[in-house]
Write a new protein. Sequence first.
Length: 309
Amino acid sequence: MNKRNIRITLAVAALMFLKSRALFLFMMDFLSIGGLFLIFIFSIVLLFKKGMKAFLLCLSFYTVLSSSIWLLNVFYKPYDMKSSCALSSLCALCDELTKTCIQNYTESFDLDAILNKTPKVMNEKSAKVILVYKSSFMENMKLSGLFIPFTGHSLVNGKEPSFLIPFISAHEVAHRKGILNEGQANMHAFLMCMQSDEPSFRYSASVYALKYSLIYLKEKNEAEYFRLVSKLPAFIINDLNQFGAINAGRNTPFSNYRDIVPLLIHAYSITSHGVTNETSSVFSVPSSVTKTPATRFSPAFLLEKAARI
C-alpha cells in the first residue's frame, strides 16, 4: 500500500471516528426501511453469479463495517457519571423512587402494546422490539435483552417478569441510539420512560432504579437498607423479589450498573443533605448531570420529545 492509499485510509478512519454515531444512526434507519433485505438479495445474487467466495466476502465486509461503526460508539457517553453520593442523598433517592413506584403502580402489562409503544417512548420510531420466549443463548447467558447491530433489532427475553419488559425494551432501544455503555443506556432509558404518559413504563423504570439504589444502599449502610426495606409496600417487595433485588449481595450480576445512582440523585434534584428541591423540573437533566456543551454531540436536547440523540 503506497503513501497515498495510507493517507486515504487514515482519513476515512478519522471520519468514521468523528461521525461514528451519525453513521450508526444512518445505518439503523437504512436497515429499518428494508436495507437488510437489499443486503440479503445482493449477497444471494453474488452467490449465484460470483460464487461462495464473493458471497462470504460481501457478508464479511458488511459485518466488519457495521461492527466498526457500532463499536466506535463506545466513546459516546452523554451523561457525566458520578463516582459517589452521600448516605442522606441515597436514602432520599430510595424514598423518592418508592413514591414514584406507588404513584405509577399498575398490574396491567399488555406486552404486545408495550413492544409497539417502546419506539415512541424512546423517540426512535423506526426501532423494532421483539419478545423472545425460547432462546437457549439468552437463557444460558442470563440476558434480559439483547441488541443486534447487524439487523437493528432489539430482543427481549420473554421469560422476564412482565413489569420489567417496558424498561428492558427501552434499555435495548437506547443501545440502538448508539449508547453502548450499560449504565449510560440505563440512565437514558430511565429518563425517557419517566417522560412517558404510560404508567407501565414509569413503574418499570422506577422499580428497576429502586433495585440499583437498594443494592448500593446495602453496600453503604445495611442498617439504613433494612430500615427502608421494612417500609416498602408489599407489592413493591413482591416485584423486587422477582428479580432478586431484596437481600442482594455484592456479587449480584447487575450491581455494576449502580453507577447510575448518583445520576438519579441529580435527576430527582436531591441535595447532599437529602433534601429534594421540589421547584426543579425533576427530569429536565440538570447541567451537573450532563457533560459540557463542548462535547461533540451535546446532550442538552436529550430529553426533548422531538430530538434524536
